[in-house]
Every structure is written in structure tokens, then in C-alpha cells.
Write a protein that binds this ligand. Structure first.
Ligand code: NAX
Length: 328
């Protein structure tokens, strides 16, 4: 039998947490043969801690064979202690009258504290996924606050966007999701993201040829994928939770167990390629093998793609400039 791994989850009593934790405990992220210990973090407020306690009572009641231990806490240093995986879901939501800038600053404080705690107590190989928004910039802040951990251990979630892009393409072409390969979503997890179909194929045929409608691709498909989060809120009356949790599991499972050559999108610190400045956490295509991701290199970038990629980059640079004073 395998040695148990420690999985930290923040915002554990929130709506994504509730859709995420039971699936991880059931072995859907790392496999049914991998025992897990869950280390769950919530805010110190009584209500949040009580809700977390309720989640833990339900975890008990599931009697999952793969769940061999759990901790609930309000202390990041307890939650991240020796963590092999950290899913940073908890974040401050945008309140009434709150400016984007205020949201950025409030979250910066959270991710500085959590980055420092990871730096101090997590496994040196910890794989970090930031889900809480603004996800790319929060991941950047955590990475900068954890100088003794390898930078490449910090990632942001673009997988929900990637999955949305696949699903919209499958619907349009009348093909199965499993027929689609080489999807890319460049950039920020925000409406400026760029779902790029130039390399994608549908059942072996180039996706753009299968669509054969450039206006639909540029004026309909791309914004539909980018604004899907808002469409879910408008329709469901609450933001994406089950699909976000599912994407987090996809991201971590693929990173840990590999993609068999398949391309997936991850937000990862830039190495300077594709004209993205060093360290910016930017959605790029990767393949995963042996617990590591590798950026797909050498893709040609045409003028349209360059302008789309620069737009989402500019937004990330503005976010980064907004928090620069806090990072010292
Ligand atoms: P909820 O408000 O339901 O849950 C968040 C939970 O985090 C709450 O229980 C809260 O008490 C807790 N929390 C807040 N600050 C914390 C901290 N410093 N430490 C520990 N826990 C803390 O939000 P939910 O719908 O679960 O969404 C969570 C985050 O995911 C939000 O920031 C949201 O914007 C973001 N999303 C990111 C997505 C992505 O693709 N990257 C998609 C889905 C989602 O919108």
C-alpha cells in the first residue's frame, strides 16, 4: 500500500470546497489506491469553523476507505504542515461597492500570508493550485512570498476555461468531447483569456476548418468561453462550483499522474517564452509526466494571436503593478 499524502484545501467550507473535498476523499484526484490526509483551512469566524466541522462530520459519515486522516483549522501553518498538495480555494469575494483594486489588495494579503506559511511548513515538493480569484495574480503573490520553494510548484487554475472551450467546440461541431485535442487557453483567468483553436483538432480534422466560420470563432466562440462564468451566475443564481471543483481535480490529477501526451492548460510562471515576461502566471498549453508539467514550446504566434495574448498579458501586468507595493 502507498504512503498517505497530505492535501491542504483552503476555503474548505465554501461552495467549491463542498463540491471538491468529497471527491478528493473518494480517491478521484490521485486514485483509489492512494490514501489521503485532508488538512482543511477556514476563516477563524465561528460560522466558518462550524460549517467546516459539519463538512468533517459528513466526511466521517462517508467512511471513505481512501481517507485516512483529517484536520480542520484556522491556522495556515497547521493546514500546510508537510502538505504534498495545496488547493488554495478560499479568497475574499467582491463585496458591494468594492473596487477591483480593493479586491486585489485584500486578496494579496491573504496570499502573502499563505505563501509564507507554505514556505515555512509545506513539503519542498508541494504542488500548489490557486483557484481563488484573481487566481493568476494570487498564485504570483504566493510564489513570491515563498522564496525557498521552487517557483514551478505554483500554478493557477485555467482548467475550467479549458474545459469550457472544449465543450463549446464539441457542441458546435457535433462531435464528442473526447474527439478534441490540442486545446489552448492563453493568459488570465478573466474574460480577457484567449481560447486559441489554431492547433486544435476535432476527430482528427483541424478545428478551424471544421468550424469554417471565422466570424463565429472570433465574435461568438471566444467571448462565450470568456464570459461563461458570468453566464453561470446569471442563470444558476450562484457562481460555478461543481464545474470549478471538477476542473481543480482535473488539474491536480493530470499534474500528478500525467496526461499521456495530451495538451492541457495550466497557469504557470513564465520562463520568458511566447513573449510573456518571466514569472507572470499565464495560461499556456502543457503536457504532464512523472509529476511535472512541460510547456508546449515553439508554437507560431500570428498577429491576431499576438494582440489577444498581449491584451490578457497587459491585464495581468496591471494586476501585478497593483500589488507590487505589498511584495516589497
Ligand atoms: P465561497 O465564498 O462559497 O467560499 C469561499 C470560502 O473561503 C468561504 O467559506 C470563506 O470562509 C473561505 N475563506 C475566505 N478567506 C479565507 C482565507 N483567508 N483562508 C481560508 N478560507 C478562507 O466561494 P466559492 O464559490 O467556493 O469560490 C471560491 C473562489 O474561487 C472565489 O475566489 C471564486 O472567485 C473562485 N473561482 C475561481 C475559478 C477559476 O476558474 N479559477 C472558477 C470558480 C470560482 O469563481
Amino acid at each position: 500500500t502507498k504512503t498517505p499524502v497530505r492535501i491542504a484545501i483552503t476555503g474548505a467550507a465554501g461552495q467549491i470546497g463542498y463540491a471538491l473535498i468529497f471527491r478528493i476523499a473518494a480517491g478521484e484526484m490521485l486514485g483509489k489506491d492512494q490514501p489521503v490526509i485532508l488538512q482543511m483551512l477556514e476563516l477563524p469566524m465561528e460560522k466558518a469553523q462550524a460549517a467546516l466541522k459539519g463538512v468533517m462530520m459528513e466526511l466521517d459519515d462517508c467512511a471513505f476507505p481512501t481517507l485516512v486522516g483529517m484536520v480542520g483549522t484556522d491556522d495556515p501553518k497547521v493546514a500546510f504542515k508537510e502538505a504534498d498538495y495545496a488547493l488554495l480555494v478560499g479568497a475574499k469575494p467582491r463585496g458591494p461597492g468594492m473596487e477591483r483594486k480593493d479586491l486585489l489588495m485584500e486578496n494579496a494579503k491573504i496570499f502573502i500570508e499563505q505563501g509564507k506559511a507554505l514556505n515555512e511548513v509545506a513539503s519542498r515538493n508541494v504542488k500548489v493550485l490557486v483557484v481563488g480569484n484573481p487566481a493568476n495574480t494570487n498564485a504570483y503573490i504566493a510564489m513570491k512570498s515563498a522564496p525557498s520553494l521552487p517557483k514551478q510548484n505554483f500554478t493557477a487554475m485555467l482548467r475550467l476555461d479549458h474545459n469550457r472551450a472544449i465543450s463549446q467546440l464539441a457542441t458546435r461541431t457535433g462531435k464528442a468531447v473526447a474527439d478534441i485535442e490540442k486545446m489552448i487557453v492563453w493568459g488570465n483567468h478573466s474574460p480577457t483569456m484567449y481560447p486559441d483553436l489554431r492547433f486544435a483538432s476535432v476527430a482528427g480534422q483541424p478545428a478551424l476548418a471544421a468550424i469554417n466560420d471565422d466570424a463565429w470563432y472570433k465574435n461568438d466562440y471566444i467571448p462565450t468561453v470568456g464570459k461563461r462564468g458570468a453566464a453561470i451566475i446569471a442563470t444558476r443564481g450562484a457562481s460555478s462550483a461543481a464545474s470549478a471543483a471538477n476542473a481543480a481535480i482535473d488539474h491536480m490529477r493530470d499534474w500528478a499522474l500525467g496526461t499521456n501526451g495530451k495538451w492541457v492548460t495550466m497557469g504557470i510562471p513564465s520562463d520568458g517564452s511566447y513573449g510573456i515576461p518571466q514569472d507572470i502566471i499565464y495560461g499556456v498549453p502543457v503536457t504532464c509526466e512523472n509529476g511535472e508539467y512541460t510547456r508546449v514550446e515553439g508554437l507560431a504566434i500570428d498577429d491576431y494571436s499576438r494582440s489577444m495574448m498581449d491584451k490578457t498579458l497587459t491585464e495581468l501586468q496591471e494586476e501585478q503593478a497593483g500589488v507590487a507595493s505589498l511584495l516589497g
